[in-house]
Design a protein around this ligand. Structure first.
Ligand code: SF4
Length: 450
């Protein structure tokens, strides 16, 4: 029987992607990935420290693993990701059940670390790979053609790390300096994923649109190439930084049918003084100019965003500026967060001076404003035709399928003979919560063909 690995993942798509790479490496070692920790020989916890809450959840999750370790002393437990990078050896001291701690820059040492832990060592690997320039193939050759495809979607990291040092963000401290991969490896990996059944490909990077492999080959050129790969219905990317957005990128998205009409573009705050304190290096006028242009060339584009309320020094007027941006841009989705200082960041040295109840009231207001906008947008879509990529069966209602529109809105679709991977036109008949409801109007392309 194969050895079994269970991986618990916290945080963003980049972490999901790292989890898939760990699974690929462990499969080569004879492990099989399982959905429950109960019978696993190896449990890995892939952590996120962007917010305080996920970090606290990691510690309480590790507590729940103690009885498993007691029952099976052969069980190995490892902690990966950004909390591992930050806490390092202290994590081994604090959590006796943990055998391995390793940061994102040591992901590919996993097989070696498992072997050492099997030999009875408690290992910690959080050093940085040597910096040898901004362009490097960091994906091991043997993993280039083993990409995991989750349903119809696959993810490819095109950069790692970030050079921006936004003052609230821990990522540059846990993932290191930015490195871009050469396009050859990305394309090899992308083709392997299409072969394995991917219909939608996501290009990932902490600051994805600062990708640059050569003076004349940046994100625009890569996106242009990848979006023409045969067999792909859609290409998406996350997360771009407003500072690196350009009209040329908006024009390419509008012109290329495989580039979904959806962008996640974090603006974080509506006031220039707060943006400056956040070290975002763009103004709100820059952000609005780019998003206005994007809507001009692609009127049906859906734009989602991240924002922080209660950053140090945020006045009522600063917060009102954030609300004005919500009303101006009319995002399709907003991921709002209450500011909490992350140790080691520049903002952690500022006084966290917005009272908790004020932060909570601001967060509630953002949610209410966005909820109103969301209902208005869903209502406006009723009766329209949407191009939908079918990505799964409805979990409760036989005969219904789930999918995503070009604007990445979730939709349930009624219709005969629909399969995962089909691209169809669906008529929007209504909506329920954040889900559109629709019915099949016309097939554009069956699963597996373009
Ligand atoms: S761009 Fe800013 S917020 Fe995004 S990962 Fe880099 S430092 Fe963090």
């Amino acid at each position: 029987m194969n050895k079994q690995v269970y991986i618990k993942t916290y945080g963003c798509q980049m972490n999901e992607h790292d989890t898939q790479r760990m699974v690929s490496m462990l499969e080569k070692q004879g492990y099989e990935s399982v959905d429950s920790p109960d019978a696993a020989d190896l449990i890995l916890v892939n952590t996120c420290s962007v917010r305080a809450n996920p970090e606290n959840k990691v510690y309480s999750y590790l507590g729940t693993l103690r009885p498993l370790k007691k029952r099976n002393p052969r069980l190995l437990i490892g902690v990966a990701g950004c909390v591992a990078q930050q806490v390092g050896m202290d994590l081994l001291a604090r959590e006796p059940v943990v055998d391995m701690v390793f940061g994102p820059d040591n992901l590919f040492a996993l097989p070696e670390l498992v072997e050492a832990a099997r030999g009875g060592e408690r290992v910690c690997r959080i050093g940085w790979q040597p910096w040898d320039g901004p362009v490097r193939e960091f994906m091991p050759d043997e993993l280039l053609e083993t990409g995991h495809v989750a349903g119809v979607r696959a993810y490819i990291a095109i950069t790692k790390g970030c050079n921006n040092y936004c003052s609230f963000c821990i990522v540059p401290h846990t993932r290191g300096r930015e490195v871009s991969r050469a396009p050859e490896g990305i394309l090899r990996e992308a083709r392997a994923m299409v072969q394995a059944g991917a219909r939608e490909l996501w290009l990932l990077g902490q600051n994805v649109n600062s990708y640059r492999a050569a003076d004349n080959y940046g994100f625009l050129e890569l996106l242009d190439t990848v979006s023409q790969l045969e067999g792909l219905a859609r290409v998406r990317f996350t997360s771009p930084h407003p500072r690196d957005w350009s009209h040329a990128l908006s024009d390419l998205m509008a012109a290329r049918s495989t580039l979904g009409h959806y962008v996640h573009l974090p603006f974080q705050a509506g006031s220039d003084s707060i943006l400056k304190a956040m070290r975002r290096r763009h103004t709100i006028a820059d952000f609005l100019e780019q998003t206005d242009y994007l809507r001009r060339v692609m009127p049906d584009v859906a734009i989602s965003t991240d924002l922080i309320v209660g950053f140090p020094g945020e006045s009522d007027a600063d917060f009102e500026a954030t609300i004005q941006v919500l009303d101006h841009v009319r995002f399709s989705q907003v991921f709002p967060f209450k500011y909490s200082p992350r140790p080691g960041t520049a903002a952690a040295k500022l006084s966290d001076d917005v009272p908790r109840d004020v932060k909570e009231a601001r967060l509630a207001r953002v949610i209410a404003v966005q909820e109103r906008i969301n209902v208005e947008q869903q209502q406006a879509l009723v009766g329209s035709l949407q191009e939908v990529l079918i990505d799964g069966a409805h979990p409760r209602t036989p005969g219904l399928m789930n999918g995503r529109t070009a604007g990445y809105r979730a939709m349930t679709v009624a219709g005969n003979g629909l399969h995962v991977g089909d691209v169809i036109q669906a008529r929007v008949t209504g909506f329920s919560g954040h889900w559109l409801e629709g019915r099949l109007e016309q097939r554009i392309c069956a699963a597996g063909g373009m």
